[in-house]
Design a protein around this ligand. Structure first.
Ligand code: CS2
Length: 495
């Protein structure tokens, strides 16, 4: 089969092999600027929007994808080369692949190359929404101080160089300033990151920055910009070399960076869009007035569940999440964690059957076709832990509930941070705090609580005697007997 490079020119030939956009992309206006064009955005929002654009009446909601960091050069160059097109490969439970070319990213910008172009785009009148996937750590929130971190050197840089910013806060502030100066309308800034109250977080962090960078803008933002909260969900592993080769081999499509994901998808959004929004509900998103319970459920069951499987599985020597969840002892441990420690913290979840939800998570985690990388799941645990696991521990401590299993996972993380699994093989740790975590982990060999001293992660958790005792016991136990033997005992204790 002739290999076709993915680009606009070849699209009609490609449409004979896989589904392609039915709409004329050159007629679509940019209504959304999206920052962070990694796999998740392309499997989720860009997918929903592509579905929406199939309706010939919808023309105003094309996406301009912005690559914010130097690190994003590769994805920017790839998308530019491919005219914003990429293949989405859904790995179904039965092992088949559903492929389609997504066309909703109609333009792309590389912020480090031309910051003013990005600011102008965000300030342009046709843009009504700026969406973000900038990762949990990207919000610059410090768990210890519960405030915006002004000590971050990139923030110091942005305050001194407003026209050549490096962070999202610098960009948003300049763009909103232009909108205000030009008498334009405001817009919606919508986070698509895994954070409880992600809209509130975005608003609070932006307003903290603006109070220093452009204080006269504060009132205008309060009156003219909305920040909906949202729960986003679709498991999107890192694309592998094999995925790229397979697409080329089977479908003859030469796509330098396709996206692979699971079939499941969910997007629950607070309906709070000050300048209008796409009718994403027509393609499966849910608009609700209060998204908080959905977010809490997803973060503390799915995302925390991932961390449990990732940290325990990494120590045992597994590479993928399905291997970890298909180990019956680890699976039972996760089940117990969800039932005994998380469920009591969730409160009332109207309209949701929690046991079905938990069951569906086990199935999704166990999808052997996905091969979601444990390295991906454990990456940036220092930013994930305060969002995915700490709230459960805090609620349980307050209610005198069990925190034993969460303490065990924390201890596993401390041992993981030493950098080797239980077979003595090196772990590929990816974390902004990697050095600090490793130093504390080494001290923890003698004094386990040293690990809990990283207050930007644990806040004041080390002042809870109950937690510290359970954690120390778990630490010593794992260090002496290994994960699997301990997990079995923990499971027996509960059952
Ligand atoms: C994962 C998420 O990063 C993580 O630790 O839990 O990326 C997860 O796959 C997505 O949130 C699924 O919606």
């Amino acid at each position: 089969m002739e290999k076709l490079k993915l680009n606009t020119k070849n699209l009609s030939a490609i449409s004979e092999r896989v589904a392609t956009p039915k709409y004329n992309r050159s007629n679509i206006k940019t209504g959304i600027v999206h920052v962070g064009i990694g796999g998740f955005h392309r499997a989720h929002e860009a997918f929903y929007t592509d579905q929406l654009l199939q309706d010939e009446l919808v023309k105003d909601w094309g996406i301009c994808g912005v690559a914010l960091l130097d690190f994003d050069t590769k994805i920017y160059n790839t998308l530019k080369e491919q005219d914003g097109l990429y293949t989405l490969i859904v790995k179904e439970l039965d092992g088949t692949h559903t492929k389609q070319v997504i066309g909703s990213i109609v333009e792309c910008l590389f912020a480090p190359e031309n910051p003013l172009k990005v600011i102008e785009k965000m300030a342009s009148p046709e843009v009504k929404i700026i969406t973000l996937t900038i990762t949990e750590g990207g919000y610059n929130y410090n768990e210890a101080t519960k405030q915006f971190d002004f000590t971050n050197p990139l923030i110091v840089h942005d305050l001194a160089n407003p026209n050549a910013p490096k962070t999202i806060f610098g960009y948003l502030t300049q763009a909103l300033k232009l909108r205000q100066e030009r008498g334009l309308k405001g817009l919606t800034i919508q986070s698509c990151d895994n954070i409880q109250g992600n809209g509130h977080m975005t608003q609070n962090m932006l307003l903290s920055y603006v109070a220093k960078a452009a204080p006269t803008l504060t009132e205008w933002i309060i009156d003219n910009v909305s920040f909906p909260n949202a729960m986003v969900d679709r498991i999107t592993p890192v694309t592998s070399i094999e995925d790229i080769a397979h697409l080329k081999e089977i479908s003859g499509i030469d796509d330098a960076w396709p996206v692979v994901c699971e079939p499941f998808k969910q997007w629950v959004i607070e309906d709070n869009f000050i300048e209008g929004r796409p009718a994403w509900e027509t393609v499966g998103a849910q608009f609700v007035s209060n998204v908080e319970p959905y977010e809490k459920m997803k973060l503390s069951l799915l995302n925390a569940g991932h961390s449990v499987l990732g940290l325990l599985g990494a120590l045992v020597g597994y590479n993928t999440i399905d291997e970890a969840v298909n180990n019956p002892n680890i699976r039972t441990f996760l089940n117990n964690y969800m039932d005994v420690e998380v469920t009591p913290t969730l409160g009332d979840l109207e309209g949701i059957n929690l046991s079905d939800y938990k069951q569906s998570l086990l199935e999704r985690f166990g999808n052997i076709n996905i091969k979601d990388q444990i390295d991906r799941i454990c990456s940036e645990t220092s930013a994930k832990f305060p969002i995915f696991i700490l709230p459960t521990i805090n609620s349980q401590l307050k209610a005198n509930g069990s925190i034993k299993l969460a303490a065990f996972v924390t201890a596993a993380w401390a041992i993981y941070s030493l950098g080797k699994n239980e077979n003595g093989e090196p772990l590929n740790i990816i974390d902004a705090l990697k050095t600090q975590l490793n130093e504390k982990a080494k001290t923890a060999i003698q004094n386990p609580t040293a690990f809990l001293e990283i207050d930007s992660v644990f806040s004041d958790l080390n002042t809870s005697t109950i937690f510290v005792n359970e954690y120390t016991k778990a630490y010593q136990d794992i260090a002496n007997r290994g994960i699997e033997a301990c997990v079995k005992d923990y499971n027996n204790d509960i059952n």
